[in-house]
Design a protein around this ligand. Structure first.
Ligand code: PLP
Length: 386
């Protein structure tokens, strides 16, 4: 009967990140550096505001685009931080950042279309491109080049079937941030080759040095770029499932059709919580970002001193992506042995594409004492793992 399952679905393996968590459930005293979600609970006043709104009747279907007041609060929020101007028709609220990715990819892809994906990458891209009938075309990066893509490789991978390019900065899993001159180059390539760009910026507020920079603000990009964002990471709101995207009106109108037929609308109380988050004193969230930056630094300083490990500091997000290549090329085995011997969960780098092999992803999403304990365990493990 298995052949009755769609080929596109059958060929996508189960998510390794989720699988590592399932395996970890068999052990006691586990410290998980696996899942990319803030350990902070959503601030209490946001939960209360959302619950109050639910009691007031915000429990029905909402406009597919999202509540009008949230759209206008989002426009204020985006315009304040990015020096751009948006009309409500250019913005839509979605079921998490995932919903924005699904809607934008489905809106632009026909079967056989190619999408350039810079890897290592957030694994969802590959699955969503496949579900839409498209084909991912990998452009690799390397630990040696700090996982910064060479634009020449992007140009070389363009074919007449190339429809879109996905850009993700700050990056999951590598923690790298694309420099401005690279964004300039990618924009030039997109314009010259008439590509749509999906710019996944869900970690935009988690940039540790300087300000976030976006391909969207480059010349010629506003008419061809969808920026994907989310409340999940920066506002500690993963479970409320609220994301959003903005881009050219003609494209958002089609993405909205996709979202409407897939999900009807984003969650009503999720949107009320998002509204409360935008109205809050942003200092709470800035404090979280500082904590992630400090933790990444603590982990970096421990990792850099471990034998057989090489690591770059995190520039944005809350991930480190050290190379354990000298210890093991088989990072799936490395991660399983680490779990078995020391009860620490990390994600094998190959989960994020071929050039992730030899690396592991560490999420600094546990408190400092657990993080330090996890580093002790990892050090003990690597000292005996040769
Ligand atoms: N994009 C990237 C790069 C991510 O890391 C994630 C979540 O891990 C998402 C999108 C999805 O975000 P959300 O949880 O809001 O759906």
């Amino acid at each position: 009967m298995k052949e009755k399952i769609s080929k596109n679905v059958r060929e996508i393996p189960p998510a390794i990140i989720r699988e590592m968590s399932l395996r970890a459930a068999a052990y006691d005293n586990v410290i998980s550096l696996g899942i990319g979600e803030p350990d902070f609970d959503t601030p209490e006043h946001i939960c209360k505001a959302a619950l109050q709104d639910a009691l007031k009747g915000f429990t029905h279907y909402t406009p597919s685009r999202g509540y009008d007041d949230l759209i206008s609060a989002l426009i204020d929020h985006i315009e304040a931080s990015r020096n751009i101007q948006l009309k409500p028709e250019q913005v839509m609220v979605t079921h998490g950042g995932m919903g924005a990715l699904i809607a934008s990819l489905r809106a632009v892809l026909d079967p056989g279309d190619e999408v350039i994906v810079i890897e290592p990458h957030f694994p969802t891209y590959k699955a969503q491109i496949a579900f839409a009938g498209g084909t991912h075309v990998y452009v690799s990066t390397s630990f040696q080049n700090r996982f910064i893509v060479d634009p020449i490789q992007i140009e070389k991978s363009i074919t007449p079937k190339t429809k879109a390019l996905i850009v993700n900065s700050p990056n999951n899993p590598t923690g790298a941030v694309m420099p401005g001159d690279l964004l300039d180059e990618l924009a030039r390539i997109a314009v010259e080759n008439d590509l749509i760009v999906i710019s996944d910026e869900v970690y935009d507020r988690l940039v540790f040095e300087g300000n976030h920079d976006s391909i969207y603000v480059r010349p010629g990009m506003q008419e061809r770029t969808v920026v994907v964002n989310s409340f999940s990471k920066a506002f500690a709101m993963t479970g409320w499932r609220i994301g959003y995207c903005f881009g050219p009106e003609w494209l958002i109108a089609e993405a909205l059709k996709v979202a409407t037929y897939f999900t009807s609308c984003p969650s009503s109380i999720g949107q009320r919580a998002a509204m409360a988050a935008l109205k809050s004193d942003q200092g709470i969230f800035e404090g979280m970002v500082q904590e992630f930056a400090d933790r990444c630094k603590i982990a970096y300083e421990r990792l850099v001193a471990m034998p057989g490990i090489k690591v770059h500091p995190t520039q944005g997000s809350f991930y480190l992506f050290p190379s354990v290549d000298e210890l093991s090329r088989d990072t799936m085995k490395f991660a399983l042995d680490l779990l078995d011997r020391e009860q620490v969960v990390v994600i094998p780098g190959e989960a994020f594409g071929p050039s992730g092999k030899g690396c592991i992803r560490i999420s600094c999403t546990v408190g400092r004492s657990d993080l330090i304990e996890a580093m002790e365990r990892l050090e003990r493990f690597v000292r005996s793992y040769r």
